[in-house]
Design a binder for this molecule. Structure first.
Ligand SMILES: [Ca+2]
Ligand SMILES: [Ca+2]
Ligand SMILES: [Ca+2]
Length: 385
């Protein structure tokens, strides 16, 4: 761990990133230290008092500019125990994720919100959104699809317009959820004040560290996201299906909105025709009929279809095809550089405050330092390990 103040060689680091930073620090031998890395970021000193004992969750669709419906969960503090009048508008912690905004536990129908109950107990609202092409959102994606940038801004603007929001939004999350914070910031929504990107997956070439295709990592990640984007129920898989947005039969239950896996292979996506065949529509655990089939239709939009209908692009193929930073990929014609460095002007213009958080042995330590070094002089910035 090195502790040091900001110094004259930071510009070099801005360009070259972590590896060179470490060399520069070594060369400076402590005389011209570079980056101050905080080493006690988890202190709870100064946090708001615990004044709420519960929460209320609801699900919504927010419509993107191209009409794609994005699934958003809103979790508000409940059970106020403070002595002042109970607040009705809250600052908001927003998580923008490809890994399910919330999951519903098979068998119980429970929808856990931990660890964000920490914030709820202290008077923050928690909002989580499924990226397009994931969870219960409609649409399709490739890795870091540019429309996710605009979507992030749309959702923050939507949050700011709600009566339970006090107009101040902060974001939190790691890896892809670190990138999504920079994406939302680049859209410059006025309410977004601060972000906490953790071991950020920033570089569009992160699947090719040093120029070499990290096949094992990308294959594993692709398989995992394929499972969760199909809302598959696999007995030993740690991420249950995403929480349905609509209670289409209005009985207060949500598990019954997930179609039956008719042939018992853990996937419901292979059991029914899509578009929905009115003569043989998806079946549900309660045997009741549905009209919209929102959960089924959203999930099916994530899937690559043999007839050429849009679906999520295969990440192994996508990353493999990205030979250089400026190589345009087939799915949407963008390059790895379009996924991150092109965000920088918008992030600077947003003025958002950034608290980077990384571990020395995380997969994306280099990314965290690259982004910190790039934005440290333009945006209020701190970094911790
Ligand atoms: Ca229901
Ligand atoms: Ca099946
Ligand atoms: Ca029912």
């Amino acid at each position: 761990m090195f502790r040091a103040r900001k110094g004259s060689v930071r510009g070099a680091c801005r360009v070259a990133g972590m590896a060179v930073c470490m060399m520069v620090v070594g060369a400076c031998n402590g005389d011209e230290p570079v980056i101050e890395v905080e080493t006690s970021p988890l202190s709870l000193e100064g946090t708001s008092p615990v004044e709420w004992t519960g929460h209320e969750r609801s699900s919504h669709f927010v419509t993107a500019s191209d009409g794609v419906r994005l699934a958003v969960d809103v979790v508000l503090p409940a059970g106020y125990t403070g002595t002042d009048d109970a607040p009705t508008a809250f600052p908001v912690i927003f998580r923008y994720t490809p890994y399910h905004r919330t999951s519903i536990v098979p068998g119980t129908g429970e929808v856990p919100v931990a660890p964000f109950d920490f914030f709820l107990a202290r008077g923050y609202a928690y909002v989580a959104a499924d990226m397009r092409g994931s969870g219960a959102s409609f649409g399709w994606n490739d890795v870091m699809t540019p429309m996710m940038i605009e979507d992030g801004g749309v959702i923050v603007d939507w949050i700011a317009a709600q009566p339970w929001s006090d107009g101040n939004v902060g974001m939190f999350g790691g890896s892809y959820e670190g990138w999504s914070q920079f994406a939302a910031a680049a859209a410059q929504p006025e309410a977004l004040k601060a972000i906490i990107p953790i071991h950020t997956g920033w570089d569009g070439m992160l699947g090719k560290p040093g120029g070499i295709f990290s096949y094992a990592f990308i294959e594993m990640w692709t398989a995992m996201t394929d499972f969760i984007n199909h809302n598959n129920v696999f007995p030993t898989f740690p991420i249950p299906p995403v929480t349905p947005v609509l209670d289409e039969d209005g009985d207060g239950e949500l598990l019954d909105e997930i179609p039956v896996d008719a042939d018992g292979d853990t996937w419901f996506t292979d059991d029914y025709a899509w578009p929905v065949d009115p003569a043989n529509p998806p079946r549900y655990p309660d045997g009741a009929e549905r009209t919209e089939h929102a959960y089924f239709n959203a999930t099916m939009e994530h899937i690559a279809h043999p007839d050429g209908a849009p679906g999520n692009y295969d990440a192994v193929t996508s990353v493999r095809s990205q030979r250089f930073h400026d190589t345009q990929r087939k799915s949407d014609g963008i390059s790895p550089a379009d996924m991150n460095w092109s965000l920088v002007p918008g992030i600077i213009e947003s003025g958002v405050a950034i608290y980077h958080y990384a571990g020395w042995w995380d997969a994306f330590t280099r990314s965290s330092f690259e982004v910190y070094a790039t934005l440290a002089e333009t945006n209020p910035s701190r970094i911790a390990s």
